[in-house]
Design a binder for this molecule. Structure first.
Ligand code: ADP
Ligand code: MG
Length: 328
């Protein structure tokens, strides 16, 4: 629909057409004053929310289906980090205008991931913004009472694990922003990981009772691991050579590879710690679920972080991650 259309979609038409998936058994979906979701006895609710702003969290010209996917994926990643199973979500949309084809693709991207993840859309809010698209997503998940994975539960001698293959989102971002020399082939190989993160949502609850602490990698592996170390009051030794790396990164210099895997954000994979005795179980259950997992280091009693580069030499500079208020 052109922006100047004299009969734009009303707020209610928009909600009814694009954001009213059928409600699953036991749920009251979009359209009433409150969404209602069943909560099983013996479980706690795990709740998380994230905002995405046009130009900061997604490119203005991005495919709206990718934006819809990512808006939910970055929230599902927080549930995964708690070991919670997604159950429901809420979507707050602030749009400068109602563009039907944008909404159609956005809702398809959002709702197909919601459907795949067992996450029922039960409500939200729709408002007009001044000039930018602002998306607020809240997710609700279930986790057995007192079993949620928390950042502060790491123990000395725990293995440190990561899921997936790291470095592609950072590489795509550096290439898109012209910080790294243009390389169309490399951009094509890495961009999908930036646009469509795939957090290990289905597998994460398998970690309950096996892992000690977990976090999702949103601001860079090292910065996110630091949260676990800070909250657990222990240290760590991490071997860069052990970090699973996206295969396309072999085209980059060792320095760029190191930066991408240690400090690159937007991964939405998990970093977790678990006792050595859990190795076989973790490898086995991840293999059954088709999730890549890799041990990258150890939690140490000594509360410092030691990072070994690809040659096994200690890095002196601590790589930083992303901080909204320290960098723009
Ligand atoms: P209220 O005035 O009670 O807040 P609204 O008129 O804002 O209700 O919304 C009507 C219904 O549509 C509510 O069920 C609300 O949760 C839902 N809703 C509004 N916007 C969205 C959206 N973007 N996605 C999903 N549900 C939405
Ligand atoms: Mg409202």
């Amino acid at each position: 629909m052109p922006k100047s259309d004299p009969n734009p979609l009303s707020e209610f038409d928009l909600i009814a057409r694009f954001f009213s998936p059928p409600a699953a058994q036991g749920f009251v979906g979009v359209g009433d004053d409150c969404g209602i979701m069943p909560v099983r006895p013996g479980f706690q609710l795990a709740v998380s929310t994230d905002t995405l702003i046009e130009g900061r969290h997604f490119f203005s010209d991005a495919d709206p289906a990718d934006i819809g996917h990512k808006a939910l994926a970055v929230n599902l990643s927080d549930l995964a980090a708690a070991g919670a199973q997604p159950r429901a979500c809420l979507l707050s949309l602030s749009l400068p205008h109602a563009d039907e084809s944008w909404l159609q693709a956005f809702s398809q991207g959002f709702l197909s991931l919601a459907n795949e993840s067992g996450c029922q859309l039960i409500g939200g809010d729709t408002t007009r913004s001044h000039d930018k698209i602002i998306l607020g997503v809240t997710v609700l998940g279930e986790v057995p009472v007192s079993q949620a994975l928390l950042r502060g539960r790491a123990q000395p001698d725990d293995d440190i694990w990561v899921t997936g293959q790291l470095g592609a989102p950072h590489t795509a971002l550096q290439l898109r922003q012209g910080v790294w020399a243009a390389d169309e082939a490399l951009l094509a190989q890495t961009l999908p990981r930036l646009l469509r993160p795939q957090p290990p949502v289905h597998w994460a609850p398998e970690l309950l009772g096996h892992a000690h602490a977990a976090i999702d990698i949103s601001d860079g592996l090292i910065q996110d691991l630091q949260h676990i170390l800070h909250d657990s009051q222990f240290g760590a030794r991490v071997e860069a050579a052990a970090i699973p790396q996206h295969p396309a990164l072999t085209h980059l210099s060792a320095e760029q590879q190191l930066e991408a895997v240690l400090s690159g954000g937007d991964e939405f994979e998990l970093c977790f710690t678990a006792p050595v005795a859990q190795r076989a179980h973790i490898l086995d259950s991840a293999a059954k679920a088709g999730v890549a997992v890799q041990r990258i280091g150890t939690i140490t009693l000594e509360p410092t972080l030691q990072i070994l580069d690809f040659e096994g030499k200690a890095l002196n500079a601590e790589p930083t991650g992303f901080d909204h208020f320290n960098r723009s």
